[in-house]
Design a protein around this ligand. Structure first.
Ligand code: RBF
Length: 161
């Protein structure tokens, strides 16, 4: 980080007191559960509490934006995470789902002023899904939780300016 810049905003990786909404797609639930586990573990390891996390399940990734949008309307959350797994080889319209879902999730963040974190893992095959949900390529749910914590705290900082 450039040391001569005086006013630098950067969200701390401290989840204490943060209220986080997580929306999970049940399609490919085997992998989604691992990503959710990674996210929960990461929130607690960064000082957050499981009681401050609300998890909502929707049928598939296509429904993630609706679930996130409904939860954020409550005004009760500092950040939301959308978790899904789309396996390209098994989903003819994978690219359509991904494009639509990522655009909608970004728009919900902009409309509500609450950061929305994208954790839809798209893979070519089941092996890659295994790798990204807790084996050799890490756990994308845990990474998403860190982004949610950083963005929630950054948003609080900006609002306090
Ligand atoms: N949802 C996912 O989260 N991941 C998928 O890989 C996935 N593949 C699908 C493949 C087909 C052919 C269809 C019809 C749906 C699929 N869905 C998938 C479910 C989708 O996100 C949504 O729940 C349903 O289309 C109902 O709106």
């Amino acid at each position: 980080m450039e040391k001569t810049v005086k006013n630098v905003l950067e969200g701390k990786l401290d989840a204490s007191g943060l209220k986080i909404a997580i929306v999970c797609a049940r399609f490919n639930e085997f992998f989604v559960s691992k990503l959710l586990g990674g996210a929960m573990d990461s929130i607690v390891r960064h000082g957050g509490s499981a009681e401050n996390v609300t998890v909502a399940w929707v049928p598939g990734s296509y429904e993630l934006p609706f679930g996130v949008s409904q939860l954020l309307k409550s005004g009760k959350f500092d950040a939301a995470i959308a978790i899904g797994v789309v396996i390209r080889g098994a989903t003819a319209h994978a690219d359509y789902i991904n494009g639509q879902v990522s655009k909608s999730l970004a728009q919900i963040g902009l409309d509500t002023g609450v950061p929305v974190i994208y954790s839809v893992v798209t893979t070519e095959n089941i092996e890659q899904a295994i790798e990204r949900s807790g084996t050799k390529a890490g756990n994308r749910g845990a990474d998403a939780a860190v982004s949610a914590i950083e963005m929630a705290n950054l948003t609080k900082q900006i609002r306090g300016l």
